[in-house]
Design a binder for this molecule. Structure first.
Ligand code: UDP
Length: 371
């Protein structure tokens, strides 16, 4: 088969590799000037910089963990985020350290009692949105200090207008454990993420064309290829004919500082409303200071509204958008059967890296997708 893979991120690259190994002829295109999509890392002053925001690999899927280990060794990095609220530091995710700092409680029973008391404002009602879900999980104090304003900044909307699953990404624990994730496998690839994709697609029957926008040559591609794996925005593929899906965008400001250690942690969240950015990443801490003893590289992450032409980082998975997505998906099955959509943008899902890989592996396992 002649297959075109649009986008050189994880979904496209996993599929490209598998089909190349099965003997297909693969062309990969990417509109950017580099491979690897948003997991792209680049060395600046000896430090691996996550150019599109912090990427911490974590998974509960042994198969996925083994899969990525074909392409890199991983260090023992464990994400332990701290939050800065008006100059006071709290541990994330929500755990006994957070509860102790917030209320002075010492035991899990004391923390649970405090949350139970604050949860009463919900009058026993089932949470219907992010705000109610957060209060139900951790109470009003933590909601007001660590969640409300951060979430409003991050998404550009009131937490009452956001789905509750977003806050359930974060663990709530009644132990003194600051690990941001519950997954058994976690780490950062030593030497960065770009090499993972580089090695994945380094096969004789895969060719890569950068600076190439699918939409500039859509008709020719549809004519010339037996199968197209499309990992861009599904609504844009269909020229927004049913309307635009909503996304949230980001802006990154990266600088080199003449100091060895700026903030003492890889990720510091700023959870107040006044600070315009949501977090500062200090990249060297992902690799325990490797690469540069004198300087450091930091990135401020500013949430931004999305408009046509902006980078779509997050799908906004509320019921309206989800049903619009389904309309595009069903239309695609009917009118563009040779095109398969994948990845965060093609499937309009708030996927983590491991979920993208798992979805791609599942996709290639089903031969019907290539008949
Ligand atoms: N969140 C928050 N305060 C924080 C960190 C996260 O309220 O300090 C909320 C916020 O709504 C965010 C969600 O939890 O969108 C998920 O956070 P996560 O860190 O998983 O977001 P990502 O890393 O994918 O941007």
């Amino acid at each position: 088969m002649k297959i075109l893979v649009v986008g050189t991120g994880l979904f496209g690259s996993v599929v490209a590799r598998d089909r190349a190994q099965k003997g297909d002829q693969i062309t990969m295109i990417d509109k950017r000037n580099h491979i690897a999509g948003n997991i792209y890392t680049e060395k600046i002053e000896g430090i691996q910089v996550h150019k599109y925001g912090a990427h911490i690999f974590h998974t509960q899927l042994k198969e996925v963990w083994d899969y990525v280990h074909q392409f890199a060794d991983f260090n023992r990095y464990t994400n332990e985020v701290i939050a800065n609220y008006k100059g006071k530091i709290y541990n994330l995710p929500f755990n006994m350290n957070t509860f102790n700092t917030m209320w002075g409680v010492i035991t899990p029973a004391e923390a649970q009692a405090k949350i139970e008391e604050q949860r009463q404002v919900l009058n026993g009602q089932r949470p219907r949105n992010l705000e109610e879900q957060a209060i139900s999980l951790v109470g009003t104090d933590i909601y007001n200090t660590l969640i409300k304003d951060y979430t409003a900044k991050q998404w550009g909307r009131d937490p009452k207008d956001l789905p509750s699953f977003i806050i359930r990404r974060l663990p709530v624990r009644f132990t003194y454990d600051n690990n941001y994730f519950n997954d058994p496998y976690q780490g950062i690839p030593i030497g960065g993420y770009t090499q993972i994709v580089e090695k994945m697609i380094d096969l004789p029957n895969i060719t890569v064309q950068l600076n190439t926008d699918f939409l500039d040559h859509k008709d020719e591609y549809l004519r010339d290829y037996d199968k197209i794996i499309y990992t861009g925005m599904i609504d844009q593929f269909f020229d927004y004919q049913f309307g635009a899906l909503e996304y949230r965008s980001l802006r990154f400001e990266t600088k080199v500082l003449d100091t060895p250690n700026f903030q003492g942690n890889a990720v510091v969240n700023y959870t107040d409303a006044e600070t315009p950015f949501t977090r500062i990443i200090e990249h060297k801490h992902f690799e325990f200071g490797a690469g540069n003893k004198k300087e450091t590289v930091i990135t401020h992450e500013f949430p931004a509204s999305w408009h046509k032409g902006a980078e779509p980082y997050y799908p906004v998975n509320n019921p309206t958008n989800d049903s619009l997505f389904k309309k595009y998906r069903d239309y695609g099955i009917e009118h563009a059967p040779q095109v398969a959509f994948g990845g965060r943008l093609g499937l309009y899902r708030y996927y983590n890296m491991d979920q993208v890989i798992a979805a791609a592996l599942q996709f290639v396992r089903n031969e019907k997708n290539f008949s």
